[in-house]
Design a protein around this ligand. Sequence first.
Ligand code: AMP
Length: 175
Amino acid sequence: MPIKSRIRTIPHYPRPGIMFRDITTLLKDAEGFRLTINSLAERYREAPIDLVVGIEARGFILGSALAFALGKGFVPIRKKGKLPGRTLTAQYSLEYGVDSIEIHVDAIAAGQPVLLVDDLIATGGTALGAASLIERSGGMIHECCFIVDLPGLGGSARLQDHGLACFALTSFESE
Ligand code: AMP
């Protein structure tokens, strides 16, 4: 498990009871980072996507490296108030709070196929919020991809219930 074994778990961060899956230990390892991006690039090399869309902040690290590897453009979905142009906003709930994310209204053209990227899917609130922004922009989501799925929190099932394909390189049950 060359990817999973490089992810560090920090118990009780940022709140008691949360098992935080820390990918900084994977990213600082050159082989781990390369394996992560190469595994995703291999999956999407022939996929009909125009853009990679990454969610702030860890989705930027993966999404930009993946977009570069695939020879595609990169679009950021940012926390509220950070993008300078006209934006669309979505509110979403996460495993430990509520937040708002935004995308530039003109970032995705109508009908453009995109790949949505984040580091981890837990309850799916963040990814569903991001997916709603892409859909309101007129974009078509080819797939939502992650390094880590926490299936016990139901996010990947929620995405699939919404008709969104979901892929993760590894998963943590409740350990
Ligand atoms: P969710 O919206 O519940 O699917 O949460 C996903 C977002 O929150 C991702 O952007 C993750 O970076 C972060 N996140 C949620 N839970 C965890 C966790 N247990 N470990 C690390 N990151 C998490």
